[in-house]
Design a protein around this ligand. Structure first.
Ligand code: FMN
Length: 170
């Protein structure tokens, strides 16, 4: 499978460690993995102008880094959202990207999706998980898995092994 990972973290720490483990497992199983570091891209929020659905033929009127991720979003067989929890949801950067793909609608090919969430505290995932489940329901993409890591679990050998194992069995 062609797997596209959208990394919502602006940093290269805990979420990056989860992604690295995921990549190791997935590549060992023969999958092709590409990461898009959305947390460091400049992607503005959707303006709701409906240009994309009127004159734009699916193209967004705003020209920014969204263009760097749209082809991957359209072509991937599996989509992975990876983000730290910021105030009980994913980061603003990845939320902007998710909302801006409104211009093309549902991904064309993806049959699976997963979410990797890193946080400081336990029990802070309800918002992000509810969104992810609603997203997979709406797009009719299989929810392949939800993996969380909080506090000391971040970068721990046990958590990274769990993620590697998960990705190797996709
Ligand atoms: C702006 C901001 C908001 C945060 N909000 C939460 C939160 O609501 N709950 C929580 O448990 N951790 C919160 N954290 C902590 C991060 O989720 C945590 O440190 C995470 O492991 C960072 O991942 P990263 O190294 O990939 O950036 C917040 C951190 C920042 C910078």
């Amino acid at each position: 499978m062609k797997i596209a990972i959208f990394n919502g973290s602006p940093r290269l720490e805990n979420t990056a460690a989860m992604i690295k483990a995921f990549r190791e497992g997935a590549e060992a199983a023969g999958h092709e993995v590409e990461e898009y570091h959305v947390g460091r891209m400049k992607i503005a929020g959707c303006m709701g102008c409906e240009y994309c659905h009127t004159k734009g033929e699916g193209r967004c009127v705003q020209k920014d880094d969204l263009e760097k991720i749209l082809p991957a979003y359209e072509e991937a067989d599996m989509i992975v959202f990876a983000s730290p929890v910021y105030y009980f949801t994913m980061t603003a950067q990845i939320e902007a990207a998710i909302q801006r793909v409104y211009c093309i609608g549902k991904p064309r090919k993806a049959t699976k999706a997963a979410i990797l969430l890193s946080s400081g505290s336990p029990g802070v995932y309800d918002g992000a998980i509810a969104q992810f489940k609603a997203y997979t329901g709406y797009t009719k993409i299989e929810n392949a898995g939800i993996i969380t890591a909080h506090g000391a679990e971040n970068k721990s050998a046990a958590k990274l092994a769990e993620i590697r194992d998960f990705a190797s069995k996709l």
